[in-house]
Structure formats: C-alpha cells, structure tokens
Design a protein around this ligand. Structure first.
Ligand SMILES: CC(C)(COP(=O)(O)OP(=O)(O)OC[C@H]1O[C@@H](n2cnc3c(N)ncnc32)[C@H](O)[C@@H]1OP(=O)(O)O)[C@@H](O)C(=O)NCCC(=O)NCCS
Length: 147
C-alpha cells in the first residue's frame, strides 16, 4: 500500500468530499451540519490547527486534527476527528496518523497532547493506549449551545 501521510494544505472540492465522508464515520450522524468549503478554508488558514491526512493517490482515506491551545506560559494540543476510512482500517494508518501528529506537536514545542474518546470506541481507545496516551481520571463537561 502506497499511502502518503502529511499536512493538508489546499482546500479543494475533492478534499472536502473526502473529509465529509470521513467525518460522517466518526461523528455517527450526530452533527447536523456537514463541513463546508468555507469552514475547511478557515481551518487551513488557522496556524493553530493542523489537519493531518493519509492519502491513497489523491484520495484522503484518513485524518486527524491537532488543535493548539495557547495559554500564558503553556501551549498544549487537543486531538480531534481521528478517523480512517472503513475500507482502510487495520493496516496501521491510524497509528501513522497519530505518530505524525505527535511529531508535529513536538516540533511546535507543546507540553502535552490531550484527547477524549468514548469507552465504546474500542479500536480508538486501544490505539491511543498503544502509542503511549495515559488515561486521566477527570470529569468531562459540555454545555450545549444550540439544538
Ligand atoms: C480508531 C481508528 C482511527 C483506528 O484506525 P486503524 O487504521 O484501523 O488503526 P491501526 O491499524 O493503525 O491500529 C493501531 C492499533 O489500534 C488498535 N486497534 C485497531 N483496530 C482495532 C480493533 N478493531 N479492535 C481493537 N483494537 C484495535 C490496535 O491496538 C492496533 O495496534 P496493532 O495493529 O499493533 O494491534 C479507526 O478504527 C476508526 O476510524 N474508527 C472509527 C472512528 C473513531 O472511533 N475515531 C476515534 C474517535 S476518538
């Protein structure tokens, strides 16, 4: 398998279509809005957000996002939207995407990388622990701001 892992630089309609397909697989239809071209462009312009993609030829078959949080005296990363297309799972792409994300986080001199994953996501939880993420005992809260 000749798959290229790197940072997404350009927003075009093919990338948007692939990303929409991937997000539908990680968000379980819970998001009412699909990603738009203007959202994708905004993310690519934001220097504190990186989209790491796995590409098979021109098609994006996996992705992971690193969002840098800048506070006074502390820069950390939050991992979002880690997903590999159903037909490409179990081939090491999730691990490669995460290793690339960690390398980029180190280059940005982040102190730590955080993520959350529901216990029902067995593959994801196994992946994160396998590559060194440690489980923290904390309460996660959410205040929903729209229906
Ligand atoms: C989680 C996900 C990204 C893993 O991608 P992947 O490319 O299949 O993972 P890899 O092939 O790189 O596997 C890496 C490790 O993850 C674990 N893993 C992968 N699939 C697994 C499965 N079905 N069951 C248990 N563990 C699994 C294993 O520890 C594996 O290491 P190993 O191959 O050395 O045993 C993929 O399953 C996915 O997209 N799931 C749906 C979306 C999702 O849940 N995203 C996470 C949101 S928090």
């Amino acid at each position: 398998m000749d798959i290229n892992i790197g940072i997404l630089k350009r927003a075009d309609s093919a990338s948007l279509r692939d990303i929409q397909g991937l997000l539908a697989q990680v968000r379980n239809g819970s998001e009412k809005d699909t990603a738009t071209m203007s959202e994708l462009r905004d993310v690519l312009k934001d220097k504190n957000t990186l989209i790491i993609v796995a590409k098979d030829d021109a098609r994006i078959v996996g992705m992971a996002m690193l969002c840098v949080t800048v506070r006074i005296g502390r820069r950390t990363g939050q991992v979002e939207d880690v997903v590999v297309d159903d037909s490409y799972r179990g081939k090491g792409l999730g691990k490669e995407l995460m290793y690339k994300l960690i390398e980029l986080a180190r280059r940005k001199k982040l102190k730590a990388i955080y993520l959350t994953s529901r216990p029902a996501r067995v593959a994801a939880n196994a992946l994160y622990q396998k590559i060194g993420f440690e489980k923290k005992e904390t309460n996660a809260y959410c205040l929903k701001l729209s229906l």
